[in-house]
Design a protein around this ligand. Structure first.
Ligand SMILES: Nc1ncnc2c1ncn2[C@@H]1O[C@H](COP(=O)(O)OP(=O)(O)OP(=O)(O)O)[C@@H](O)[C@H]1O
Ligand SMILES: [Mg+2]
Length: 239
């Protein structure tokens, strides 16, 4: 197995505010890895630091063995990494089609059309909405658009920040299934999920964060089945 992402001792934050204190995390080629943890523990900050949006203070971030700290997001996209933010992940005042076009504005017309077609094949619900404004989409459709937009750059490593937040159980299930289907097409997935059980059920491994640190890591199966972990981190029942 080759290592897509290897993070060692990552310290990150915003301006003078340090949020992450020495995160160690890795993702192997083809894996589906879930990060969970309480609100405010630094999950989004972790993804943003890896993607070059939050401030990197220290530690190493290797992508396929190459250091990527300090690279801009567009440089990371060119290397095959895509990121779907937790909030503001589509342009509401643009149509679905325009949002998808924005995902690949450096591509030639032909390539862009093919990529848009492929993204719409993954999320066929969006086909009938192509000319509607993103603002008119339901929450679930909006997340599908955000993920589709990330696919336009033809990534092989996808960072997703809470793609099922605030969605109905049916949409949550659908979104996680589609993400798993992307993994089956060869895309390596690192996802932050509030809906821990749903995401872990599709995952190879998981990381539990608290207060800017990784407090526990293991196979998804172990995290899901260990009663102590379940009680403290997953809630007491499936929801
Ligand atoms: N732009 C910012 N500037 C300063 N502090 C920030 C900024 N964004 C987030 N923070 C702070 O960083 C800490 C971690 O936030 P982060 O968004 O990473 O948490 P999270 O684990 O993703 O939480 P949630 O589950 O609610 O999405 C919080 O205390 C938050 O207030
Ligand atoms: Mg977050």
């Amino acid at each position: 197995m080759s290592r897509v992402l290897e993070v060692t001792g990552l310290e990150g934050g915003y301006g003078a505010v340090q949020i992450l204190y020495g995160i160690d995390l890795h993702v192997e080629e083809g894996e589906f890895v879930t990060i969970i943890g309480p609100n405010g523990c630094g999950k989004s900050t972790f993804i943003k630091t890896v993607f070059g949006i939050a401030k990197h203070y220290g530690g190493q971030v290797l992508y396929r063995g190459e250091p990527i700290e300090g690279l801009r997001s567009d440089q990371l996209v060119a290397k095959g990494i895509a990121y779907v933010p937790q909030v503001n992940n589509v342009f509401p005042s643009l149509s679905v089609e325009e949002n998808l076009q924005m995902g690949g504005n450096s591509l030639s017309g032909n390539v862009l059309s093919r990529r848009i077609e492929r993204a719409l094949d993954m999320f066929p619900d969006l086909r009938s909405r192509e000319h509607d404004l993103a603002a008119s989409l339901s929450g679930g459709e909006r997340q599908m658009l955000a993920i589709s937009r990330a696919l336009i750059s033809d990534p092989n490593f996808l960072l997703l920040d809470e793609p099922t937040a605030a969605l109905s159980p049916l949409y949550q299930q659908q979104i996680i299934e589609r993400i798993d289907a992307l993994r089956e097409q060869g895309i390596t997935v690192l996802i932050v999920e509030q809906n821990a059980r749903l995401s872990l059920a599709r995952s190879d491994r998981g990381y539990i964060m608290a207060n800017g640190k990784v407090v526990l890591t293991g196979t998804a199966e172990h995290i899901l089945n260990d009663p102590d972990i379940g009680q403290y981190f997953l809630g007491t029942h499936d929801d």
